[in-house]
Design a protein around this ligand. Sequence first.
Ligand SMILES: [Zn+2]
Length: 177
Amino acid sequence: MENIYSNIDPIYPCPNMWQGRDGHAIKAVVIHKPEGEMPGVKDYLMNPETQKSYHFIISYDGTITQLVNPDNSAWHCGGPEGATWPGLIPDVNPNYYTIGISLEGFAAQPHTERQFPYFRWLAFFPQTPETIGYHHDIRADKACPGLILNKAAVIACVERLVEAGNYVGWPAEGAAK
Ligand SMILES: [Zn+2]
């Protein structure tokens, strides 16, 4: 796929990832909350001992921080446990075929208006429950990203963006309003 994500600058070379995607295509986005705030979250994930990463973190103010190139597999899902997500591919680690996006903050608090640009990523996929995963749907033991993010509302918002034609590309400045 076209690497639209390379418009975002800077890219931090997070060590917690696999090179490539083991032959799998990107087919979905998985949304997270990191249970923390920037820049501490970024510093935490840049530590190789944590063994965790996301491709992107969207800060409260809408700033996009890229930790892993989408051509590579970030370590954001973990192996499925009690999974209910219809997008799951049996016996394949979801990290291989998903983009991990984390919204700065905590599962128990709502996201901010400025964090809405992540919908633009979602809009690059057909808008179905199969292409929008929540971490909790893959790992039932995780609260992430919190019940505050209603999937039906997310899909409806993406559909409105698509209808408005407002879904192609990413603004050159990196963060939309
Ligand atoms: Zn998560």
